[in-house]
Design a protein. Structure first.
Ligand code: FAD
Ligand code: DLZ
Length: 507
């Protein structure tokens, strides 16, 4: 009796469901670096290196714990390049009598896993991925029948369920949400403590060379690789965040500063999404800082909400919405993704900063992703499927279950409001309020029309005008449409012509 246990690249948890209730002597763990997964979108080289390095370290740790691990490297000449064929090859190699695996984090992968029984002729068990705080079934039970799935409602249930930041049945401090305190702009000269970096060891260096050789043509630089690739490093990154940046996390959560890639963000999403950290232990570490008096409530609540609220919510929504979610296109947008997203020069300072952060680090903080990159793509009318593929490719933390709801739902409004009550659309004034980018931009953020006018201004009004029929009935957009209707007809024409001229440059 040999149980084959395939473990995927984002399942690197030592408490994984498929490793429980099995003795190492009766099983072979299979891990596969496969070309299909590295290329189904052109992943950033740092993302591929992160997955491969973390997988290789994890395989070594499992071996150290007594497991037999069959690890297929990308450059193994016999490697067929896809999960199904590698599982079939390994099943034959080891004379496997059954397969036990944990459900993948993406509809495409899960549907592929379901074929493994037929492919190998072996009994197959696909276990639920129980590394989340809310199960898929619990979320579906909550979501079923709701017209709108408000994250805040879900989050309160999660707070009560976990007891995080609760005083009995009431939220610590008397409020559930301290967001109102979390929109400060950064004072001039403020210094942020940079996050801990992990110098590549021999395994990571090997992988970086492999990736540079095979995927050097993908967008993104491999040089700045700094990610935690083991649980030990991930715990060190968590401790570093709690000690140095958590206390200021709330205050500048929505801020953007030229040259500051991280601000007070945690950079923990890759470690969480690969399974090196559990969401509950990260929330508990933040809560402990609040109880120890080293971080204020607005910061700790804001941080915990991102994980206990948003992360659990988007995962539930992804599986609840079904496999066609990524094809949704409520605003019927068809434009190709602008070349600036792949590094072509752009005079918009906010956009060039966000793309450059992405290129150098395979990362960008939330407001860059939502209000710069997502906003611009939506205003110009980019096909959401192209936007989705770009985000999935470029970010080290991008797994479809978390990326797609954020992109298709939150940032592009392509799901028609399943996730957000209104599109996150903004003109230059927002960027100017939340960042220092406009000061060093070629364009004038105060102008709507004319050669120096910030393109975001005309694009914003043009977006609203273009979608008036679809969106003007939305109560939350009433003020914006009122603003549009207050412009004279001549001004409306000038704004729309200005937008059309800019859009023509994108072609
Ligand atoms: P922090 O600001 O320190 O937040 C702490 C943690 O909260 C994060 O590590 C993450 O696990 C969680 N979190 C925060 N916001 C969200 C959210 N909206 N959804 C889910 N989890 C959240 N996050 C991903 O993990 N993978 C993605 O592919 C991804 N794509 C995104 C695309 C768009 C358009 C937008 C608007 C957001 C996306 N996010 C994604 C969410 C969020 O931007 C990132 O989790 C965050 O920027 C990661 O950096 P951090 O670890 O420093 O986060
Ligand atoms: C993202 C990624 C990459 C780049 N490479 C691999 C790989 O070679 N092997 C693997 O097991 N997983 C990889 N992944 C993650 C998968 O594409 C996919 O997102 C997860 O398997 C879903 O659970």
């Amino acid at each position: 009796m040999t149980i084959l246990i395939p473990i995927l690249g984002d399942q690197l948890s030592h408490t994984l469901a498929s490793l429980r209730d099995v003795t190492p002597a009766s099983a072979v763990v299979l891990m596969m670096e496969v070309a299909d997964e590295a290329t189904y979108v052109p992943h950033h080289p740092q993302k591929i290196a992160l997955f491969f390095s973390a997988m290789r370290h994890y395989a070594d740790e499992l071996r150290g714990a007594g497991w037999t691990v069959d690890y297929v490297t990308l450059d193994d000449p016999a490697n067929t390049g896809d999960f199904a064929s590698e599982v079939a090859r390994a099943a034959a190699r080891h004379g496997a009598t059954s397969i036990v695996t944990v459900a993948g984090g993406e509809w495409r992968v899960l549907e592929g896993q379901r074929q493994w029984a037929e492919r190998t002729g072996l009994p197959l068990t696909i276990l639920d991925d129980d590394r989340f705080i809310c199960t898929i079934e619990q979320f579906a039970g909550w979501a079923q029948g709701r017209k709108r799935m408000i994250m805040e409602d879900f989050y309160r249930i999660m707070r009560r369920q976990t007891g995080l930041l609760m005083d009995g049945d009431q939220p610590a401090g008397g409020q559930w949400n301290y967001d109102a305190d979390n929109r400060k702009s950064v004072p001039k000269g403020h210094r942020f403590t940079p996050p801990v970096r992990f110098a590549p060891d021999a395994i990571t260096s090997d992988v970086m060379a492999l990736v540079a050789g095979r995927f050097g043509n993908h967008f993104g630089s491999i040089d700045g690789f700094r990610w935690a690739v083991t649980r030990t490093q991930a715990l060190a990154a968590l401790a570093d965040f709690v000690a140095h940046r958590l206390a200021g996390f709330g205050d500048y959560q929505d801020a953007m500063v030229t040259g500051e890639d991280v601000l007070n963000h945690s950079l923990l999403s890759p470690a969480l999404n690969l399974g090196l950290l559990s969401p509950l232990e990260v929330c508990q570490a933040a809560e402990a800082a609040y109880h120890a008096g080293t971080a204020p409530l607005n910061a700790v609540e804001g941080f915990i909400r991102q994980i206990l609220g948003w992360r659990e919510y988007v995962r539930g929504l992804y599986w609840f919405a079904g496999p066609d979610y990524t094809a949704r296109n409520h605003l019927a947008a068809t434009r190709p993704l602008p070349a600036a997203y792949w590094g072509a020069p752009t005079d918009l300072r906010c956009l060039s900063e966000a793309v450059d952060n992405t290129r150098r680090n395979s990362s960008a903080h939330h407001i860059q992703r939502l209000m710069i990159l997502g906003n611009f793509a939506m205003l110009v009318g980019t096909d959401p499927a192209e936007v989705h593929r770009w985000y999935l490719a470029v970010y080290a933390d991008a797994l479809e279950w978390v990326e797609a709801p954020n992109v298709i739902g939150m940032s592009q409004f392509a799901d028609g409001g399943l996730m957000s009550t209104k599109p996150y659309a903004a003109g230059g004034a927002y960027v100017n309020r939340m960042s220092d980018h406009c000061k060093s931009c070629k364009y004038d953020v105060k102008q709507r029309t004319g050669p120096k006018a910030c393109p975001l201004n005309s694009l914003y009004w043009d977006f609203l005008a273009r979608h008036e029929e679809r969106l003007s009935g939305n109560q939350r957009l009433w003020r914006m449409y009122d603003g549009w209707r207050r412009f004279s007809e001549d001004e409306q024409t000038r704004i729309r012509e200005q937008a059309a001229t800019f859009l023509a440059t994108l072609a």
